[in-house]
Design a protein around this ligand. Structure first.
Ligand SMILES: [Fe+2]
Length: 525
């Protein structure tokens, strides 16, 4: 790890003075994403008043020219690409630039300028060249509800200096203020008014989320691979079927939600929304070390069976004709797995894939929004994984607001059946509030589900370190999110060795120095 990289500041302390002037259009920060060996997406959105009525961010109704620079060094003495992009009102003055012809496997810095204002500097990285297998450190996050806590987990992940961040969905929540009250009643800050329905409402919600400095810090620190789950539109929607909002005009809501998602994330032009849909399943290679097969488990699925929920008596979930990823995406995945020559194959997706029995004692109770509601499709996809011969499959999952680590079995009812791969499930950043550690309940849950090795109900994130011979996954948790500045600690670690197709528990690393002191200072003491 080179010195430039270590000294890159995260957080507002590093902002140039211009950014604090009145009228600064870069209040939402900068971001980068979808790295390839020779390119990257650079993003910003102009919004001097992010929460101004109408969702226009306080921008005038006209095109605005935005200059951008990409450099090899943080001081921009070696600029390798630059240009001018047009920020249009029809896209909420968002900017997506895709510089190409870059060097593989190296760090870059980028920034934007318009009207005398300079953006914060972002750090990014291209994927390594094909044929090479340098180590990769990446983070996995999902489920950040603005009302239910502070986004400290994003900052703690940034402090770990990952090369790459995977966001697996529920980047925003669509509810009206106070609209999502469950076990965790505490609301630390209020959503913008109204449940999101119109494009203006989705734009305001996204802008509000980006007013959080910890979220901006993680975007500025490393490239992201992002994919939505349900709450970017509405709770538990499925294909053409609305979710639980009980409101009309679902297609309109979906169109607005997808458009706002595109406008606020560093996505490629290939993801530009069309009609009420968006192409987000895609494949990204990291040299010959790993392929990320990013799946979309929302847009092409049949409706949840048996009216959704957690149920014991739903025969429809076993029906062979029901799909989750759909025929086209499944064929695309199978072809990609067959063609893959990388050491690892990460299936980055949203919902719990392993069987998960919530019922204590005989009989099974499962959550029908997950792969358990679509068991024939799970069998087909895991069958495709095995048949492809793709090396070291690893499923990465979000959605469920708990950490889990599981082995994936050919037959989940037979603990001795073939190991297909492993599943690492990241907990939420804030959703469901502070959470808790409940060893007794956990022991019962794991006894019911012998293929699940670990569960934790606290908030946090996963970091993973990948080499040609080993995957190491560290599960980080925070003791609270309803107060600011929580520390984080690794509470479980697992390794998977090349060819093993199963998890091994490993010792957790020693705690690091107090993290409040580390913010804004060089990491890795
Ligand atoms: Fe969620």
């Amino acid at each position: 790890m080179d010195l430039t990289r270590r000294s890159f500041l995260i957080g507002t302390a590093g902002l140039p003075l211009a950014s604090r002037r009145t009228g600064d259009p870069f209040t939402l920060g900068v971001a980068s994403g979808d790295p390839t060996a020779d390119g990257i997406v650079l993003w910003t959105r102009l919004a001097p008043r992010p929460l101004a009525d109408g969702g226009h961010g306080g921008m005038p109704d006209r095109d605005v020219a935005v200059e951008w620079q990409l450099a090899e060094d943080e001081r921009f003495t070696r600029v390798v690409r630059s240009g001018t992009a047009t920020a249009r009102p029809s896209w909420a003055h968002s900017v997506h630039v895709e510089p190409a012809g870059l060097q593989p496997g190296r760090e870059y810095f980028y920034r934007f300028r318009t009207g005398g204002h300079l953006s914060p500097t972002g750090r990014t990285r291209t994927a390594p060249a094909p044929g090479t297998t340098p180590d990769l450190a990446f983070g996995v996050v999902s489920c950040s509800n603005y009302e239910q806590g502070y986004f400290t987990a994003y900052r703690r992940l940034a402090e770990q200096q990952p090369d790459l961040v995977l966001h697996l969905g529920d980047y925003i929540y669509e509810y009206a203020p106070g609209g999502y009250r469950n076990s965790a009643g505490t609301i630390v800050r209020s959503h913008t008014e109204h449940r999101c329905q119109t494009l203006a409402e989705f734009r305001l919600r996204h802008a509000q989320y980006k007013t959080d400095p910890d979220l901006r810090a993680l975007h500025a620190l490393a490239p992201w691979i992002a994919v939505n789950d349900d709450h970017e539109i509405e709770n538990n929607w499925a294909g053409v079927h609305p979710g639980t909002s009980g409101r009309p005009d679902f297609a309109q809501r979906k169109r607005a939600g997808y458009r706002a998602y595109y406008e606020h994330l560093p996505l490629r032009r290939s993801a530009l929304p069309r009609g009420s849909g968006m192409r987000l399943y895609r494949r990204l290679a990291w040299g010959d070390l790993t392929t990320f097969h990013v799946l979309d488990t929302r847009q092409f699925r049949d409706d949840q069976p048996c009216d959704d929920g957690v149920r014991a008596d739903c025969a429809a979930r076993l029906a062979t004709g029901r799909v989750l990823v759909g025929a086209a995406q499944r064929a695309w995945l199978a072809a990609g797995l067959r063609a893959s020559r990388t050491r690892w194959n990460m299936l980055a997706q949203q919902i719990f894939m392993a069987q998960h029995d919530y019922h204590l004692g005989p009989g099974k109770e499962v959550l029908l929004d997950t792969w358990d509601g679509y068991t024939a499709e799970r069998d087909r996809v895991l069958g495709d994984v095995v048949a492809s011969g793709a090396r070291n499959p690893v499923v990465l999952t979000g959605d469920i607001h708990c950490h889990y680590a599981s082995d994936l079995l050919a037959d989940f009812d037979d603990p001795d059946s073939r190991r297909v791969g492993v599943e690492l499930v990241t907990t939420s950043v804030t959703s469901d509030g502070d959470g808790y550690d409940a060893p007794a309940a956990r022991a019962v849950e794991l006894a019911e589900n012998p293929h699940i090795a670990y569960a934790d109900q606290r908030r946090g994130f996963i970091t993973a370190r990948l080499t040609p011979t080993e995957l190491r996954a560290d599960f980080h948790t925070l003791p609270y999110v309803t107060k600011r500045n929580a520390p984080s600690a690794v509470t479980a670690s697992f390794t998977v060795t090349d060819g093993a197709h199963r998890l091994s528990r490993s010792a957790v690393p020693a705690p690091r120095a107090p993290q409040a002191a580390a913010a804004g200072a060089p990491r890795h003491p």
